[in-house]
Each structure stands twice: as structure tokens, then as C-alpha cells.
Ligand binder design. Structure first.
Ligand code: UDP
Ligand code: MG
Length: 312
């Protein structure tokens, strides 16, 4: 099988018939062998009934229904687990992403040799309240990760099968799949300008919390990637800096007190700064030790991505 189209969806009943018909039209025109995996992430509208109907109409369509809403990352993760195509294409269900892009994306993976190709909604049809924060988010993510793409969170992406079988998308990490791929060792990451449409039916499933959650996730993902296996190097360094800053301040105050008899040490504001930074330093150290204990007992502490082996 050449292509798996993975579509996570939550309450997208109205869009599904149009979306699947469009996918069939494009992929059949190019004579691809393919499957369309629709993952119902706990919809409360008629999405699942619609999927049942679509599966009956066309046996390339497969459906998975979550018992409750777990989030887009969970839906993608489940789709990745079952996908059989050599190239896996993800797209949103709301008709904002165009199935017309699939053949081009497929070519970039199979012919140009990219591990992952991310869509870039250059001309984006979303409200400005979403476009501007998203620009900032993409800049920061690009800078922190060293991945030169413009649009990390585009729903439309193409992957080599190997990539989706070897990364773990959890929490709300769907915004950072290119980073997960890069850190798993899949470094040929490309980008393709794609057309983007306004949402045709229904409403967006992500509110303003997306920005706060997205930012917090970025911090954790960078922390885990850099220091996940050696947390003490981060906490310990910060702890040392803080502790010694406090120590020097208190040393300075003590010398003043002992040798120059500067009285009322506790009435000098800098005394409290010294005290607080020393205490914080110790706490950072303790956090570092705890983090080390946890990471040393993690089940995946020795899980590495093995690419090839010879003579085993
Ligand atoms: N989605 C999902 N589970 C969720 C939230 C969203 O499967 O908990 C799906 C949604 O149905 C859509 C895709 O993820 O197919 C992108 O969501 P949406 O279009 O609401 O995001 P936006 O385009 O506003 O960023
Ligand atoms: Mg959308």
C-alpha cells in the first residue's frame, strides 16, 4: 500500500462526506493504492454514524472510535499505530486542508527523499487573533529547534512510514511533530506551500488556551530533549549559580560585620537577596536529585533509535 491518509476528527459530521469523496477523487485519479483512516476522537454529533456509512460505501475507508475525547495528539497517535501505507499523510477533517496536495507531498517523500514534509499555510484563512500568535509561536519554535520551517502546526503533513512508527505523539505534542521527528533522528525535514481554506462547517475545536498550552509544551519538550536523561546538569548548574550568588552576598555582609563592624546587617535589603538565592539554590539541587532518580528509573532509560544493524 502506498498511502495512508490519517484524519483525526471531533464533531465534524458535515465535512466527512465531502472530505472522503475528495480524497477518493484525487487518489484514484493518480491510481494510488491507499487507505483512509478516520479517527473519531469522542465526537458527540453524528460523526461516527457518518463514518459507518462511509466505510460501507468504500472499503478503503477505515474507522476508529475513541470512547471519549482524548485530543488530537491521541487520535494521530492511534492512526500512526495502525497505518499501513509507505507514506502516511495527515490532514484535518474540516476541509481546511486540501486533498489535492497529497500527490505532491507523496512525491516529496518518495522521490525527493524527505522523512517528513510539513504543509505551510502561507496564505492562511483564519482570524487574525489566531494568525499572529501562531506566527510568533512558529518563529520561537523554529529558533529553539533549529528546524527551518514556517508552519509547525499545519494539520497537513506527509511522513515516511518509518517516522510515524518511531515517534510518540502524546499530550498535545501534535504541534511539535517535526521536533519529535528530528530528535528521533529523522533530519530530512521539508516544507511545501499548501492551499488553505476557511472552515466550511462547524467551529474550531481549540480555544485561546492553545497558546498557553502550546508554549508550556514547547518548554517541556525542549527540557526533555536536552536534559531528559541528565536533569541534574540543568538543575545543578542553576542551583550552583544561585547558591554561590547568595553565598558571596552573605560572605560580603559577614566580612563587613566582622572586620569593619558595619552594624544592622539584617536591615540591608541585599541580605534578604542573599538568603533567598541560597535557599533557592539548595532547592534546585534537590529538584535535580529527584529528577535524576526519576529518569534513572524510567522504563525507557535505555531506549535508543537503532537505524541499522549488521550481522546480528
Ligand atoms: N480534533 C480532534 N480532537 C480534538 C480537537 C480537534 O481530533 O480534541 C480535530 C478536528 O476535528 C480537526 C483537527 O483536529 O479535524 C483540527 O482541529 P481544528 O480545525 O478545530 O483546529 P484549527 O484549524 O482551528 O487550528
Ligand atoms: Mg481547522
Amino acid at each position: 500500500m502506498q498511502i495512508s491518509v490519517v484524519v483525526p476528527l471531533l464533531n465534524e459530521q458535515e465535512s466527512l462526506p465531502e472530505l472522503t469523496a475528495w480524497i477518493h477523487r484525487v487518489l484514484n485519479a493518480h491510481q494510488f493504492s491507499y487507505e483512509v483512516i478516520l479517527i473519531d476522537d469522542g465526537s458527540r454529533d453524528g460523526s461516527w454514524e457518518m463514518i459507518t456509512e462511509l466505510v460501507q460505501q468504500n472499503n478503503t475507508v477505515k474507522g476508529i472510535k475513541f470512547r471519549r475525547n482524548y485530543g488530537k495528539s491521541a487520535a494521530l497517535s492511534e492512526g500512526f499505530r495502525v497505518a499501513q501505507g509507505d507514506v502516511v499523510i495527515t490532514m484535518d477533517a474540516d476541509l481546511q486542508d486540501s486533498p489535492d496536495e497529497v500527490p505532491g507531498l507523496y512525491r516529496m517523500v518518495t522521490v525527493d527523499g524527505f522523512d517528513l514534509v510539513s504543509g505551510w499555510k502561507k496564505k492562511r484563512h483564519d482570524p487574525a487573533s489566531k494568525r499572529w500568535p501562531s506566527k510568533l509561536f512558529n518563529r520561537v519554535t523554529g529558533y529553539m529547534s533549529g528546524i527551518a520551517i514556517h508552519d509547525f502546526n499545519c494539520g497537513l503533513k506527509a511522513y515516511k512510514k518509518e517516522v510515524v512508527k518511531n515517534i510518540e505523539v502524546y499530550g498535545e505534542m501534535h504541534r511539535y511533530i517535526p521536533l519529535l521527528a528530528k530528535w528521533a533522528g529523522f533530519t530530512r525535514i521539508g516544507e511545501k506551500e499548501v492551499v488553505h481554506y476557511p472552515r466550511k462547517y462547524g467551529v474550531t475545536k481549540f480555544g485561546w488556551e492553545r497558546f498557553i498550552n502550546g508554549f508550556l509544551d514547547l518548554l517541556s519538550i525542549i527540557f526533555v530533549a536536552r536534559f531528559g536523561k541528565r536533569p541534574m546538569h540543568l538543575f545543578g548548574t542553576l542551583g550552583l549559580i544561585s547558591f554561590f550568588a547568595g553565598f558571596l552576598i552573605l560572605l560580603y555582609l559577614s566580612i563587613g560585620k566582622i572586620f569593619f563592624d558595619v552594624t544592622k546587617m539584617t536591615e540591608r535589603p541585599i541580605f534578604y537577596l542573599g538568603l533567598v538565592t541560597m535557599v533557592i539554590g539548595v532547592q534546585l539541587f534537590l529538584s535535580g536529585f529527584l529528577a535524576e532518580l526519576i529518569s534513572r528509573n524510567a522504563h525507557d532509560r535505555n531506549a535508543y533509535q537503532v537505524d541499522k544493524q549488521l550481522n546480528f
